[in-house]
Design a protein around this ligand. Structure first.
Ligand SMILES: Cc1cc2nc3c(=O)[nH]c(=O)nc-3n(C[C@H](O)[C@H](O)[C@H](O)COP(=O)(O)OP(=O)(O)OC[C@H]3O[C@@H](n4cnc5c(N)ncnc54)[C@H](O)[C@@H]3O)c2cc1C
Length: 405
């Protein structure tokens, strides 16, 4: 009887909360315990570097469910509680402080943490990271006072934060050791496009420059780089994230750039599953495991894991999807390639005018595509094209009069 079962979800982020929601929607009438280390109930992270940081979105709109949803759905939400140990033999999780909770199935959805820049001066007042709600609040307050902002890392979080700082009226410098922004995510061609967007908005984008330290007496005064010092009042470090896989590792599960799961999101222990940022999932389309640190993956893999916990047949085999908003630019991206895993980029539409598609081709196949500000069709036709695996004619692909379909 499911009413005698307890499903424990470790990590009350997007994947964990979506899993709890799906367990109830699918009729599970046993106990659901959702445990989160943060003080807040589950919330959406993308607004923390976009609408909420910009002040366009209010606090309430960022939470995934109203407060009463948890009680109404008999989901026991424990906030501000960290799971310190997964005891697979006893089928129990242990919380910091020693409390133990037994599980029938456990879902690990512990997400990621920002990579730390280990240089002198990292503890100076004025050095920020962005992953959690209070950190977005702190940045919002800091940007409101104006001043000189240095963003370390031209990845998604760095660039979105740079846009928010510009909107707040700050002077912004982005420092990136690679030769283009977003070089891993998009490659040099479209990375350069995003660099130009920021330059047009008055950001000083410095490429090929590494940060060697932060200077100041108690309070940040400058960012030291291998190309000289940059005076700064605020620094935002956005140099990527690492998956929180410690619980799985300590429990003897296979971890190698993420927690290894099968296509039903089960680890080698069928009673322990993983979803969201931490899950390394075999993908038949790409013929290898992939781990995706994107919102849509958390939205979809949480429910898929929940169904798998209930014994349903699940094959989680998604085409990764990502979106960003920066200034007046909205973008959606679908697909995946390993660094250097494409031969050329084909664009169609008005790149200068920020209304176009870009396609990444390996041979004559589209492995990834994005649209910038073309919301009529959205990303659907691009996903279809990737899914079809069809070969394409690059000249027709570049021609806006040839429908993508
Ligand atoms: C500022 C920001 C902006 C973003 N913008 C975008 C975007 O525009 N588009 C996009 O596609 N993606 C974006 N992302 C990425 C996206 O938010 C993540 O991929 C998504 O949040 C992953 O969800 P998750 O549930 O796997 O993990 P998380 O959201 O990280 O949630 C995991 C939770 O588990 C908790 N936890 C960890 N360990 C324990 C433990 N031992 N015990 C209890 N709890 C624990 C953590 O505290 C956390 O609350 C953004 C991320 C950030 C930080």
């Amino acid at each position: 009887m499911s009413s005698e079962q307890t499903h424990v979800i470790v990590g009350a982020g997007m994947a964990g909360a979506k899993a709890a929601e799906t367990l109830r929607e699918e009729g599970f009438d046993g106990r659901i315990v959702l445990i989160g280390a943060e003080q807040e109930r589950p919330y959406d992270r993308p607004p923390l570097s976009k609408g909420y940081l910009l002040g366009d979105q209010d606090r309430d709109s960022v939470f995934l469910h109203p407060l009463n949803w948890y009680g109404d759905n008999h989901v026991e939400l424990l906030t501000g509680r960290r799971v310190s140990h997964l005891d697979r033999a006893a089928h129990e999780v242990e919380l910091a402080g020693g409390e133990r909770i037994g599980y029938t199935k456990a879902l690990l959805a512990t997400g990621s943490s920002p990579r730390r820049l280990k240089v002198d001066g990292s503890d100076l007042d004025g050095v920020h990271y962005l992953r959690r709600f209070p950190q977005s609040d702190d940045l919002r307050t800091a940007f409101a006072t104006g001043g000189r902002v240095v963003v370390v890392g031209a990845g998604w979080i760095g660039l979105e934060t740079a846009a928010a700082a510009r909107k707040a009226g700050c002077e912004v410098t982005v420092v990136e050791p690679a030769a283009s922004p977003l070089s891993v995510a998009l490659g040099p061609e479209m990375g350069a496009f995003f660099g130009d967007v920021h330059r047009r908005h008055g950001v000083d984008v410095r490429l090929g420059v590494g940060v060697t330290g932060f200077k100041g007496a108690g309070k940040l005064a400058a960012v030291a780089t291998d190309a000289g010092d940059i005076p700064a009042d605020i620094v935002v470090v956005g140099i990527g994230a690492r998956p929180n896989t410690e619980l799985a590792e300590d429990a003897g599960l296979t971890v190698d750039n993420g927690v290894h799961v099968d296509s039903a999101l089960r680890t080698e222990d069928p009673d322990v599953l993983a979803a969201g940022d931490i899950a390394s999932v075999p993908n038949s389309r790409y013929g290898q495991r992939i781990r995706v640190e994107h919102w849509q993956n958390a939205v979809d893999s949480g429910p898929a894991a929940a169904k798998s916990m209930l014994g349903q047949d699940v094959v989680y085999d998604q085409i990764p999807y990502f979106f960003t908003d920066q200034y007046d630019l909205g973008m959606e991206f679908a697909g995946w390639f390993a660094p250097g895993g494409y031969d050329r980029v084909v664009t169609r539409g008005d790149v200068e005018g920020q209304a176009f598609h870009a396609f990444w081709l390996a041979g004559d196949q589209v492995v990834a595509g994005m649209h910038v500000n073309l919301w009529d069709d959205g990303i659907g036709p691009v996903q279809e094209l990737i899914r079809s695996g069809k070969t394409v004619d690059a000249a027709r692909l570049a021609d806006p009069d040839t429908p993508i379909a």
